[in-house]
Design a binder for this molecule. Sequence first.
Ligand SMILES: NC(=O)c1ccc[n+]([C@@H]2O[C@H](COP(=O)([O-])OP(=O)(O)OC[C@H]3O[C@@H](n4cnc5c(N)ncnc54)[C@H](O)[C@@H]3O)[C@@H](O)[C@H]2O)c1
Length: 288
Amino acid sequence: MDINHIKQISVVGSGAMGSQIAMVCALAGYDVYLQDVNEESLAKAKQSLEGHMKRRVDKGKLSAQEVDHAFSRLHFVTSLEEAVQGTDFVIEAIVEKLEAKRALFAEVDRLAPAHTIIASNSSTIISSKLADATNRPEKVCNMHFFNPALVMELVEVVQGPHTSEETAQVTMELTRKINKTPILLQKEISGFVANRILGKLMDEAIYLLENGIASAEEIDLACTKALNHPIGPFALIDLTGIDVHYDVRMQRYKETGDESARPSKIVTEKYQNGELGRKTGKGFYTYS
Ligand SMILES: NC(=O)c1ccc[n+]([C@@H]2O[C@H](COP(=O)([O-])OP(=O)(O)OC[C@H]3O[C@@H](n4cnc5c(N)ncnc54)[C@H](O)[C@@H]3O)[C@@H](O)[C@H]2O)c1
């Protein structure tokens, strides 16, 4: 398939990531279907995107007309069939659970046209764990965005052993078309590139906190003021969600059996107490 054949993109899962990925694609001129099984999540996604777009118009970053056009190309639906029956490219952004993703990939494979590429935005699940749930493994890859997807420029495109050169190249080109910067990982590795590097930083930050060396605020200050990071590790975990961090670590632990991959004590406590970060108003910080 040629990049110019991609007219319609479907994003499955309208949570933190899927909603913004869909908006990025609509702003780039694509016809986009954003699908979720949960109607409430879709309504929340729409409301949140309207807020983001309004702020961009107010700041003069986008014109009201550009935003109106993008919303007219963005369809919010609960039916998977409606979302993918005429699509050229699917970006999966549902909950980080292997079995849920495998079931979805099998269903998309059944409903979508034969030429359609199916990419996963998963942070940890390599696409070779999903490809064999479909009859088109050569058209399956990872396309990993960063949070918040409206702002973050990098997308990691991961070519599994089953992924064709054409699929990898079309996904790289599509990433450029939606005004992001792609990097190609020629081999699969859990966690990909950026998050593996970030993971080492997080581990050290949590080690320092759990050993009473400094508070979360002070460790964040060290990273922002000495290392020039735009955000500290604890503020970042709160932003992405402590549940996401916990699930990622559990997934890696299940994959490797390595005890050191388990979520830390403090993250587990917060997860169990429902202190999930910004989304619940409390994590390492408290939000009003
Ligand atoms: N949050 C991050 O920082 C981040 C960054 C990059 C990638 N990711 C990845 O993106 C994916 C989604 O993460 P998120 O943070 O947006 O999660 P989220 O919990 O905010 O959203 C997940 C959404 O998927 C929906 N959903 C669940 N099962 C579904 C199904 N079968 N069909 C359709 N919709 C379904 C849920 O209703 C929910 O709205 C995960 O794979 C995660 O690893 C997350």
